[in-house]
Design a protein around this ligand. Structure first.
Ligand SMILES: Nc1nc2c(c(=O)[nH]1)N[C@H]1C(S)=C(S)[C@@H](COP(=O)(O)O)O[C@H]1N2
Ligand SMILES: [Mo]
Length: 339
């Protein structure tokens, strides 16, 4: 571990027999169950927004998208051409590559659109093409390798949560490219060009050109430095996500004594959380853990880690963003006080 702290915490696993025999105030016995995230679909207006500049205002009736470059036959499509094609509706979570661990640049929605490959088929890809380049109305540009672009789950979407795509999320059309961070999910697409290579906007600024989502866990409750009443129960909650890169989340575990522990061998104890919301590996998994708060006041460190279906376990606590996406697990500090 890159960070280890030795705080003494009452052994929460010992059970109520070790607690002093006194009656707790009634409100301490009411389980505090505020979950964060509180719903699979991020509420309207709460989906994170990130872009390099201002939101371009595009009108569907004036918008045209060219499919050009190393293609057999360049094509030009309008909004009706795309919305008139056979559509797919699917849940997808987006996460920013520059996310410091535990930040909330991760949100989930239902999206409707058409598989990108059905659009590329209209133009026909030439053998020498290696990447699909997206040029956007705000000047942003990025590319994805052709084999990734041709997966059936890669969608050009025009609806979000059963409404037209909002302007700040890419109206009229954006890409949803599962397995990859936000950088590879361009908004306000104006042109799709097949090319041999391309250096995208963020790659030119040293961010990972492939940008595969790393296994991540977010603690939503408690927030850092939250004050929690001693002796009651508290629901620790959050989200875990791998965007399908490790086969989805197998389980989430919580530790209250990470890095200190009451055991001799200095091994932290991890308890299984309950996964209460999930859809597919391409969406986040929401979890909660009912915690018996110790009776002693003091500071505790709460950590959460995910174990993916392919066996990968998050191993180290971390704080920072990373040019290829951070891998560390999230921890928060909370203050236990007597009511
Ligand atoms: N055209 C365009 N698309 C873009 C960006 C941008 O700056 N311009 N930012 C990317 C980044 S870094 C992220 S994290 C996601 C965020 O998508 P959202 O604003 O819909 O949450 O959009 C991506 N697509
Ligand atoms: Mo991002």
């Amino acid at each position: 571990m890159n960070r280890r702290k030795f705080i003494r915490v009452a052994a929460v696993s010992v059970g109520s027999l070790t607690l002093p025999l006194r009656s707790l105030p009634a409100e301490n016995n009411i389980p505090k169950e505020i979950l964060k995230p509180a719903s699979m679909i991020t509420p309207k207006g709460k989906f994170y927004v990130l872009q390099i500049g201002d939101v371009p205002t595009l009108k569907a009736e004036h918008w045209r998208m060219g499919v050009t470059g190393l293609v057999e036959k360049p094509v030009m499509l309008n909004y009706e051409n795309i919305t008139g094609m056979e559509s797919v509706t699917a849940m997808r979570t987006l996460k920013c590559i520059g996310d410091p661990i535990g930040s909330e640049q991760m949100s989930n929605a239902m999206w409707t659109g058409v598989p990108l490959r059905n659009i590329l088929d209209k133009a026909g890809i030439k053998a020498e093409a290696k990447v699909v380049v997206f040029l956007c109305a705000d000047g942003y540009h990025t590319a994805i390798p052709i084999d990734r672009a041709l997966r059936e789950e890669v969608l050009l979407v025009y609806r979000m949560n059963d409404e037209p795509l909002p302007a700040n999320h890419g109206f009229p059309v954006r890409l949803l490219n599962p397995g990859h961070y936000g950088t590879k999910n361009p908004k306000w697409i104006m042109n799709i060009t097949l090319a041999e290579s391309h250096v995208g906007y963020w790659e030119a600024r040293d961010w990972d050109p492939i940008a595969r989502v790393k296994l991540a866990t977010l603690i939503g409750t408690p927030s850092n430095d939250e004050v929690i009443q001693a002796g009651g129960t508290y629901t620790i909650s959050g989200a875990a996500f791998d965007s399908g890169n490790h086969g989805g989340i197998e389980r989430v575990e919580v530790s209250i004594d990470d890095g200190m522990t009451t055991s001799v061998d200095d091994v932290s104890t991890w308890e299984a959380a309950d996964i209460w919301g999930s859809d597919s590996p391409l969406a986040w998994y929401l979890w909660k853990y009912k915690w018996k708060v110790p009776d002693n006041p003091g500071e505790v460190e709460i950590s959460a880690r995910a174990i993916a279906n392919d066996g990968l376990t998050q191993k180290e606590a971390g704080f920072d963003a990373d040019p290829a996406g951070a891998v560390g697990y999230h921890f928060v500090r909370a203050e236990i006080v007597k009511g």
